[in-house]
Structures are given as C-alpha cells and as structure tokens.
Design a protein around this ligand. Sequence first.
Ligand SMILES: *Cc1c(COP(=O)(O)O)cnc(C)c1O
Length: 418
Amino acid sequence: MSEPAATARPLDRRFGAYGGRYVPETLIPALDELEAAWVEARADPAFAEELAVLLRDYAGRPTPLYRARRLSEAAGRTVYLKREDLLHTGAHKLNNALGQALLARRMGKARIIAETGAGQHGVATATACALLGLECVVYMGSEDMRRQRPNVERMGLLGAEVAPVEAGARTLKEAVSEAIRDWVTNAGHSHYVLGSAVGPAPYPALVRDLQRVIGDEARAQILAAEGRLPDRVIACVGGGSNAIGTFVAFAADADVELIGVEAAGEGIDSGRHSAPLSTGARGILHGSLSAVMQDTDGQIVEAHSVSAGLDYPGSGPEHAHLRDSGRARYVAVTDDDAVAAFRRLCRLEGIVPALEPAHAVAWLLGSGVEAAAGTGPVTANGDGAGLAGGFRASNEGLDLLTLSGRGDKDLAEVLELG
Ligand SMILES: *Cc1c(COP(=O)(O)O)cnc(C)c1O
C-alpha cells in the first residue's frame, strides 16, 4: 500500500511538538485501523445522525446553559454554567463512551476494553455497552475498587466485568497500562475506549471530536442568551476531555480567554498535586508526549487530588500545545479551596457539583493560583498578572464555566472532611 497523501489524514497526530504514538510497534495497526474508521465515520451523515439521536433521546442533550445568578453575584461577573452534570450517568464522560461504542460496533468489534479510576468512565462505558449489547471489560486498580465500591457494583449491574489491577499503586495509571496490554493482544475483535483526551494518536483527536458537542452547544446557547461570546471560558482539566471539548469551539474566537483549572492538591509546593500543565516537564505517558509529572530520571510521579477524576499525572497533548502557544492559560486550585467551592455552590445555586468542576468554580471565586513558572524544559504560560481572574471584580465580565459532572459520587468524601 502506498503512503496516503497528507490530506487523507485529517486527524491531528501532533499538537505542536506534543502527541504522537510512543507505543510498541504491535499497537500501530490497531491505531491505524481506529484512525481510518473515525475519519470515515465522522464524515458519514448516517453515523452522525445515529449518535445525535442517542445523545438527544437517551443521554439528554442538549444540556442546559444556565445563568447562575447567585454565583454571578458572588463572583462579581455574569456566569453561565454548562450543565453536563445533568447528562445521563451524571457527567460528560458519556459523550465519549457512547461515540466510541458506536464506532466499535461499526468496526465490527463486539468486545470493549476500558480503564477507570474513580469509576466514572467505567460506568459510562458499561452503560454504552449495555445499550448497544457489547461485551465490556473494565480494568480498575484494586485500591480504586476499594475506594469506589458503589461504582464497581454499578458496572456489575450494567453487565460489565471489572478486572482488578494489582500492579504498582493499584490506581488509574496501572489500569490504563493493563487496558493497553489487553488491547495489544485482542485488537482483532476488541476496541479500547480510552476515557480522556490522552494516549497515542488518534485518541486525543477522537475524544476531542466526541466531546466537542459541549462547546458547540454552549457557544450557540450563550450567543442566543447574551447576543455575544463570553470573555472567558473556564473548565477543569484532568486528562482534559471536558476542557478541550469546550475550548475547541471557541479556539478561533481570539477575544475569548480559555482557562483550564488543574488540581493543586495539597499545594504545588508540597509536590502532592495533579497539575502537570502548571508545573510539568515534557514527558511521555501512555503513548503520548505531553505535560507529565515525572522525576529527573523520567519516571512518572504519583498524582494527588481530592478529586479522583483529576488524579492523573498527565494531561492531553493538545492542552500542552495550547499552553505553549499561549492560546489557553492553566491555573491550579488546592483540595481545600475546591471543597470550599463545592459547599459554596450547593448553597448558592442548589447544585451539588462534582469535586472536579468545583476546582473551576473555586478559581472563578478567586481562590486559584496562576500557573507557576515552569520547572522543566517547557515553561508554563503565565500572563504575569499574578492574580486569579476572580479578583478582577467587574459586573461587565461574562464567563462560561463547564460544570462537567454532579457530586453525588463525592458526598462521602466531602462529608468525611467535615
Ligand atoms: C473524569 C472527570 C473529569 C476529568 O476528566 P477530563 O478528561 O479532564 O474531563 C472532570 N469532571 C468530571 C465530572 C469527571 O467525571
């Protein structure tokens, strides 16, 4: 087969220097097959229609864009919340799981592999598999299984097999590695549903494309409501899927500031955080070159965050590129500030947010810290203002914040903290 022309490969494999496919050769054919399938599927109106109908009638799209009046008062600016917390299964992850499960069926793969940390992506994938009648195996660290018992039970009810992973810290990083191992062996009849905009190409582009529905809807909704674009678009960043799905719709709107909020955990200086974009050197994790938390030998450092969904030592390559290019800005919020914002939003709006987007709410309310000067070869992009945007009190500001999920899953954790 001759090398296809560049135009036949419209999916991004690199984002600036980042991304790529740092994987064993044995995985390349499966990645090529997936890339070709997505290029074809996303150009097929029948596929788009089938996915759109499921997202509408089954998952509950479009999700509302809600003008949060009391939160706006507290923030000193007008704030709209994009309510992904109201999506079926309680978070944005279903957008991606449903799209990839549909793609797998189209590719003739009847077995689905997934990884999960807190269990949210596992539940979303198990849900999509139940809906489409696909076999589902979810790898999960045994420590995470202990901490997230209800989600383990939920996946079982949905018909998925939860496969415990005993390696290393027995959490998400090890679960991803195990899922990749399974896929290398079984790619002929299995598709790996990766849960965020990370991993080897084409995953970062595929997941972004599937989460783009958040930003596309929100952009149209805020134009309809306000007759103009927001000044700032704010989203939390774990692997980065809800943020990139929101940002991408505004990327060409040069006047719209894009702000990603990472988890500072116990504080950036403590080393116990999950903020690779704010602090991380360039590194390779799970097949992709990106912002990664690593030691001087290049070994991956364990991440820490009160929120399980942000507790991952890497972030998607497109975010690393948006940071370096200056198009987006990345900030970080501590566990304590996120938990305080969680409680605050409950009282202000009658909305119990997930702890992940509570980080974004905390930054909005002024508790964030700007991205520090880079400690590695890639420096973070700070605008030098030195203050979180939340301090710029002005009633004229218009913000759009993606509330990526609801907080039912986090109640026990927050109540335990007192
Ligand atoms: C998993 C999760 C996240 C983090 O994942 P991204 O890929 O960064 O979006 C954020 N919010 C919620 C509610 C989640 O479940």
